[in-house]
Ligand binder design. Structure first.
Ligand SMILES: C[S@@+](CC[C@H](N)C(=O)[O-])C[C@H]1O[C@@H](n2cnc3c(N)ncnc32)[C@H](O)[C@@H]1O
Length: 193
């Protein structure tokens, strides 16, 4: 398994943002959970809030094909099929740490249906790396996000993955009145007004 863990500073920021949504109605979702390393950090924090379910989504087939929006000189290492792990790897990690079972759904993001998604969301971590993956994640989360809810998008300031910022910028251009926007480390943080 390759080392794609989110650095500690960023996980600290993600947890701090998650804590801000403790009193917002809705569940917690991660689009692009890979081996579940950040998922278990979210789950550990959610032990303080057992009414909230954690939903994890991934192809478990690795990354999809890039589009033109993802091309970057530094991006040679992110190829289709990279970052492939099994759902069992994630489930086992939760068991080993005695964390409550999350809902784990194996699917390409664009194939997720209403039945796969919680009706109400308070916090979302989007970590699908590529333009189309972040764009479709936003499309799935936004209609379900409650006021005060937070979306954290990984890789906004990662020059190797320019599609993440492109998808977020297009979204904010269309929804600037509805979201507060700021950056922290490589992360974009969108707070629904
Ligand atoms: C960088 S990894 C996620 C890392 C994880 N969030 C962590 O912190 O350990 C990106 C993941 O997104 C998944 N992914 C990317 N685009 C996807 C898509 N369109 N549909 C489903 N999964 C996707 C990949 O399979 C990969 O596991």
């Amino acid at each position: 398994m390759k080392d794609y863990q989110i650095p500690t500073r960023e996980t600290d920021i993600i947890v701090a943002e998650l804590q801000k949504t403790a009193d917002i109605a809705g569940d917690v979702v991660e689009f692009g959970c890979y081996a579940g390393d950040t998922s278990v950090i979210l789950a550990a924090e959610l032990k303080n809030n057992p009414d909230k379910w954690l939903y994890l989504y991934d192809s478990f087939e690795g990354l999809p094909e890039k589009t033109a929006a993802d091309e970057a000189p530094q991006g040679w290492r992110f190829q289709a099929g990279e970052l492939r792990v099994s759902e069992d790897t994630v489930a086992h990690k939760f068991k080993k740490l005695s964390l409550p079972d999350p809902v784990i759904k194996k699917a390409w993001f664009n194939e997720l249906t209403d039945d796969d998604l919680p009706s109400s969301i308070s916090f979302a971590l989007l970590d699908g790396d590529f333009y189309e993956s972040i764009k479709v994640s936003l499309e799935k989360v936004v209609p379900r996000l409650n006021p005060g809810g937070i979306i954290v998008v990984h890789d906004y300031r990662n020059p190797a993955l320019p599609g993440s910022a492109k998808a977020v910028n297009e979204f904010m251009d269309a929804h600037a009145d509805e979201y507060d926007f700021r950056l922290a480390a490589t992360l974009a943080i969108l707070v629904k007004k």
